[in-house]
Design a protein around this ligand. Structure first.
Ligand SMILES: [Zn+2]
Length: 333
């Protein structure tokens, strides 16, 4: 099972490494600046000394050892900090050059904010998931630049409104428009249902979309219907593996969810009610979903209920891909 390999410990170790690297970097920066600007070194030393003095005085239970009141110390330290920033800026450094460095400012590289997992934790989890499911390799090959329209006939059959070629060109165009909508700060980018028989490039197309949206810096969760219903949503596995709870939330929250091969899972009432919930909730939150399936529209309705299909029809752009089986063509050409 893919998710059982997801190692939370690896992620925790990554955070540790990040913190260590950043502390090293801070140290280097301090050395560099203290050497270059002895005044900053002095100012920092004075600040440290006054802190130490105030702590010592508190420990001794009186302020008689201090030459300044706490207010005076605080004002003085504030002025020193200001002076340090001024020297940095005057010499072309950012004013926060000596501040602590955090790769993720939200959780300060701990992975947690107020006891909850930070969004960067989730990203790491998803990343691990991608690496494990090997999608990274697939996307090197299956992307818009490599989509071969040569497999789609330019001859229109009597029952077809457009030739398979004209149809796929239009589908590609509109798929790219969909990807393009991720550049805008739009609250709702729409959804796509891709249906058609086996071997017509539906999964290839969903991979193209996934890669392109991911390249735009958006979160994409790509799951086959099997993985979605049998792993991520499985109540049994959810009890076994805590990281699944995060992925479960991600099914509802990620910017783009792709459900590949709907209809190949073992469909039952659990699947149907969850599918409705996912489609409905994601619509309400303005999150985009792409679904691909070998089933026709009528089969979808029969299998998943009228309720689901009417939701899909009213809120999804529907692409029908038709033509001659590509795998078959490849084998015989
Ligand atoms: Zn974080």
């Amino acid at each position: 099972m893919i998710f059982e390999q997801v190692s939370i410990n690896n992620i925790i170790a990554e955070y540790e490494q990040t913190r260590l690297t950043n502390r090293g970097l801070e140290h280097q920066r301090r050395q560099e600046i203290y050497n270059k600007f002895p005044e900053i070194d002095e100012l920092t030393t004075s600040t440290t000394k006054s802190y130490v003095a105030s702590i010592l005085s508190r420990l001794e239970g009186g302020s008689h050892t201090l030459s300044q009141t706490p207010e005076e110390t605080s004002t003085l330290n504030h002025e020193r900090a200001k002076r340090i920033k001024q020297i940095l800026v005057d010499n072309g450094y950012p004013e926060d050059y000596l501040e602590p460095i955090y790769t993720c400012k939200l959780c300060q590289d701990t992975g947690y904010v107020d006891g909850q997992r930070c969004s960067c934790f989730l990203d790491k989890l998803i990343n691990k998931f991608y690496l494990q499911s090997n999608l990274n390799n697939i996307w090197e090959k299956e992307n818009f630049a490599n989509f071969d329209t040569g497999f789609y006939s330019k001859e229109k059959q009597p029952d077809q409104e457009f030739s398979p070629y004209d149809n796929i060109m239009s589908v590609l165009e509109r798929s790219k428009d969909f990807v393009e909508s991720f550049s805008e700060k739009s609250s709702h980018r729409g959804n796509i249902l891709i249906y058609g028989e086996v071997g017509l490039g539906k999964t290839f197309l969903t991979n193209c979309i996934a890669k392109a949206v991911l390249d735009k810096g958006h979160q994409v969760l790509y799951l086959s219907a099997n993985e979605l219903f049998q792993c991520v949503l499985s109540p049994y596995l959810m009890n076994q593996e805590k990281s699944l709870a995060d992925l479960y939330k991600y099914v509802y929250n990620c910017e783009l969810l792709i459900i590949d091969d709907l209809g190949t899972e073992l469909t039952n009432s659990f699947v149907t009610s969850n599918l409705f919930e996912i489609i409905n909730q994601r619509n309400l939150q303005g999150k985009s979903t792409v679904i691909s399936t070998n089933l026709g529209l009528k089969d979808l309705k029969d299998r998943y209920s009228e309720r689901i299909m009417s939701r899909v029809i009213e809120s999804y752009t529907v692409f029908n891909i038709y033509g001659e089986n590509i795998r078959y063509q490849k084998r015989f050409k």
